[in-house]
Structure formats: structure tokens, C-alpha cells
Write a protein that binds this ligand. Structure first.
Ligand code: T3D
Length: 264
């Protein structure tokens, strides 16, 4: 039997999803896309899951689109890359942003093109010191996709986003942390344990509030200050009547650890 394209392992309430096409540097073909989207759907539907980790097997995190895939490789017939992006990458990014639990990326090796932006769409990105990020699109005559045009200026500002996207230079993990592209860079040997600890921490936190925070941050980019303040008031209005708030305040008063259970 052939190996699954995505491995799924639970560690308590944390689901590790591991891209598993190491022979092709975990580059995306239709099978990998279908497997990853399916696993994300399953994790979203499983109320026992309170955090997802996106990891990868082998020496690279993900080399982006599989350029040898006949669906995109230039040939005699024109190829519709727009259709590939609309069919596969758009639903993947939308799925990540709609996950009802926090998503952590554990990046080892290179993350290039769609592979870089796959990681950057996660809520918290931790990279090994030897990892790197490449906006490889310009080098093959494309624009950043997989949410890159939306994400990059938001993460690092327009000037740096344009530099990253136009030059397509390899950015080492430590520099990615310095630029604010990712949350943190850790020693290679510490990547797994650091992500495991972080994911367990997130899994024990008030999931619904964390996910509402992601949505609020993203929505606020298109709002005036006054509109953002209104949105915050609406969210606190809802969350303030939910179990997790009552539990958080009760635990604070009783000087005990809270037991959060709400999930979107
Ligand atoms: O096309 C559409 O549908 C639109 C959507 C686009 C989304 C995108 O992601 S566009 C960007 C696509 N990705 C790239 O352009 C990255 C291409 N790869 C590289 O630049 C380099 O391979 C890496 C920087 C990722 C790694 O470099 P290095 O030196 O560590 O390894 P390597 O020797 O270049 O690659 C190792 C093997 O993996 C090699 O195969 P071989 O010679 O051993 O048989 C190489 O061809 C293969 N490989 C690497 N990346 C890809 C790939 N094969 C297919 N697709 C890849 N993306």
C-alpha cells in the first residue's frame, strides 16, 4: 500500500498533520491538495481537536506547486494555472483561515512559493534555524499566490513585502523572525518539542476566543477604528456570555487552573 500524502497523528488534543511527499520536497499535486484539505476538514469537524500542527516529512517543508505536474508544466497545450489556483489553493487558504482551532506551522528545511505561504497562513509559525522561506514565484514569472498578496504586506509592510516578492531571495528563519514574517526561530533540535509545548498550551486555552481573535485581526484590516471598536464590542458581548469566560473568571477568583471547553 502506498504511503498517505498527509500523516495524521493525535497527541492529546493536538492533531499533527504532516505533509508526506518528501521525494518531491512535499510539493503540491492534486493528491496532496485533496489529502490536506480532507485532513483539515476532519480536524475541524472533530471536537476533541483543540489545535492543529502543520508539519512536513523529509528535508523540506514544502517546495510549493509541483512544477513537474502535467496540470501545470508548460507543454504543447496552454495550461490554465488560474484554474489550478482557484480549484486547489484558494480552498486551502480559506480552510486554514476558517479553522475552528488555532493552527501552528512547524517549518523545517525550505518553504518555497505556495509552500512558504502555506506556512505563513497559519496562526503561529515556528521555524528551525536551518529553515528558510522563498517567495519563489517571480523567479518563474508568477505573482505570489496562496494568499501571498494579501498576507505579505500585512505581515511585514509593503516595502519589505515587495522586496521579498520581487527579489525572491531565500530568507533564513532567523531573518524571517526579525522581519516579523514568523513567530519564532528555534534550534533545529528544539523544533518538535517547542511546537509540541506551544500547541499543547494553545489547546488548553479558550479556543473560541483565540479563533475570534484571528477573525477580528483579519477583519480589522478593512475597518475604520470606530468600526473595529464596534466589532470588538460585539465579540465581547458574545464571548462574555460563553462558558469559557465564566470559567476563566471563576478559575482566576479561585486561584486554580481554568478548564476551557468552548469550541466554534
Ligand atoms: O503553477 C500553478 O499552478 C500556480 C501555482 C503556483 C504556486 C507555486 O508554488 S509557484 C512556485 C513553485 N515552486 C518553486 O518555484 C520552487 C522550485 N524549487 C526550488 O527553487 C528549489 O528546488 C528549492 C529552493 C525548493 C530547494 O532547492 P535545493 O537546492 O535544496 O533542492 P533542488 O536540488 O533544487 O531540488 C531537489 C529535487 O526536488 C530536484 O529534483 P531532482 O533533480 O533531484 O530529480 C528538484 O527538481 C525537485 N523539486 C524542487 N522543487 C520542486 C521540485 N520538483 C517539482 N516541483 C517543485 N516545486
Amino acid at each position: 500500500m502506498s504511503e498517505p500524502n498527509v500523516l495524521s497523528i493525535d497527541e492529546g488534543a493536538v492533531r499533527w498533520l504532516t505533509l508526506n511527499r518528501p521525494g518531491s520536497l512535499n510539493s503540491f499535486n492534486a493528491e496532496l491538495h485533496d489529502a490536506l484539505l480532507g485532513e483539515l476538514d476532519r480536524a475541524a469537524a472533530d471536537t476533541a481537536v483543540r489545535c492543529v500542527v502543520l508539519a512536513a516529512a523529509g528535508r523540506a517543508f514544502c517546495a510549493g506547486q509541483d512544477l513537474a505536474d502535467p496540470a501545470v508544466a508548460p507543454g504543447a497545450e496552454p495550461k490554465d494555472l488560474g484554474a489550478v489556483v482557484a480549484r486547489f489553493y484558494k480552498p486551502l487558504v480559506e480552510r486554514l483561515h476558517a479553522m475552528p482551532v488555532p493552527v501552528v506551522a512547524a517549518v523545517q528545511g525550505v518553504a518555497a512559493g505556495a509552500g512558504a505561504n502555506l506556512a505563513l497562513n497559519c496562526d503561529v509559525v515556528v521555524a528551525a534555524r536551518s529553515a528558510s522561506f522563498i517567495q519563489a514565484f517571480a523567479k518563474i514569472g508568477l505573482v505570489p499566490d496562496t494568499g501571498g498578496t494579501w498576507l505579505l504586506p500585512r505581515l511585514v509592510g509593503r516595502a519589505r513585502a515587495l522586496g521579498l516578492a520581487m527579489l525572491g531571495d531565500r530568507v533564513a528563519a532567523a531573518e524571517a523572525e526579525r522581519l516579523g514574517l514568523i513567530w519564532s526561530c528555534v534550534e533545529d533540535s528544539a523544533l518538535h518539542d517547542t511546537v509540541q509545548r506551544l500547541a499543547q498550551q494553545l489547546a488548553g486555552m479558550p479556543t473560541a476566543a483565540l479563533v475570534a481573535t484571528r477573525h477580528a485581526f483579519d477583519a480589522a484590516q478593512g475597518l475604520s477604528l470606530s468600526e473595529a471598536l464596534d466589532a470588538e464590542a460585539r465579540l465581547q458581548g458574545t464571548l462574555g456570555n460563553a462558558h469559557d469566560y465564566l470559567e476563566g473568571v471563576a478559575a482566576f477568583g479561585a486561584k486554580r487552573a481554568p478548564r476551557f471547553t468552548d469550541r466554534c
